[in-house]
Design a protein around this ligand. Sequence first.
Ligand SMILES: [Ca+2]
Length: 111
Amino acid sequence: MSTTAESVTMTPLLFSMELLFGVFQNYAERDGDAETLSKSELKELLQAELPGFLEKCTSKEQNIQETAKQLILDLDQDGDGKMNFSEFVIFISAFILTIHGLDPRPCQKTK
Ligand SMILES: [Ca+2]
């Protein structure tokens, strides 16, 4: 499989990178700003693509919307109140480490 007319060999890593960017864009473009995930776009992405994650990270005092908002606040390096792709990748990398047992506290990671 190749990506462009340049006939780049599609490796598993390149394929994963394209998939990750595609998932981000699919949700980010819903409000017309395809470069960032709003709080509600992030909530939709997490509920569809990482089922159970928001629920697991939501305390009794919070609702899921507040958890999504807190995730953005915790990861928001540029302070725009939204999640850009770089911030999304930081979140996903923490999640991958958790899956592989290298980070035992996925929800705390963002705090
Ligand atoms: Ca958006």
